[in-house]
Design a binder for this molecule. Structure first.
Ligand code: CA
Length: 175
């Protein structure tokens, strides 16, 4: 993960929390440094503070999107200002959090972002011991191939795409 935050204390705290949850985190303190980091390394997601020195988090996100950078962006805003949140999403952020925030919520939002981007870029969906390859139409349980019929496949795929949310019987029948 790339964390773009000029408040060193806060950045260190967030990094520690993310590291405890198993993420590898690089911290940069400016938008310029973030753009540099993105050209030499690839990241699964970026957490970007809106209030950065010189180039703001908004401009950074806009630049990234203009460059075709599609990684999920979680924006941190200091104020509970509607304008900031609207501008953040318009600039290309996928989600935002208002400071101060609780770490468990940051982790949950991050997991959701990563899950969505993973589903969009790979054809393999994984849930515990179960994984399905939507391109190859293959189902694996603990890496063992499992034969499923066409109807079972359709149901399984629909459930996997929506996991961990429950799916109503009506929705399932409709699909
Ligand atoms: Ca800041």
């Amino acid at each position: 993960l790339l964390l773009v935050e000029d408040d060193q204390m806060l950045a260190a705290g967030i990094k520690q929390g993310l590291a405890t949850a198993g993420y590898m985190v690089d911290i940069v303190e400016s938008a310029e440094a973030a753009l540099d980091a993105m050209t030499s390394d690839s990241f699964d997601a970026a957490i970007i503070d809106i209030g950065l020195p010189q180039m703001t988090g908004l401009e950074l996100t806009e630049r990234m999107r203009q460059r075709g950078q599609t990684m999920p962006v979680l924006m941190l805003t200091a104020r509970d200002a509607l304008q900031d949140r609207v501008q953040g999403l318009d600039a290309g952020a996928d989600d935002y959090m208002v400071k101060p925030f609780d770490l468990p919520e940051l982790l949950a939002r991050l997991r959701a972002l990563l899950r969505r981007s993973q589903a969009a870029t790979t054809s393999v969906l994984t849930l515990g011991p179960l994984s399905i390859d939507t391109a190859a139409r293959q189902v694996l349980v603990n890496d063992q191939n499992l034969d499923v019929g066409p109807r079972e496949w359709t149901v399984l795929q629909y459930l996997m795409l929506h996991a961990p949310k429950p799916v109503s019987k009506e929705k399932l029948l409709q699909s």
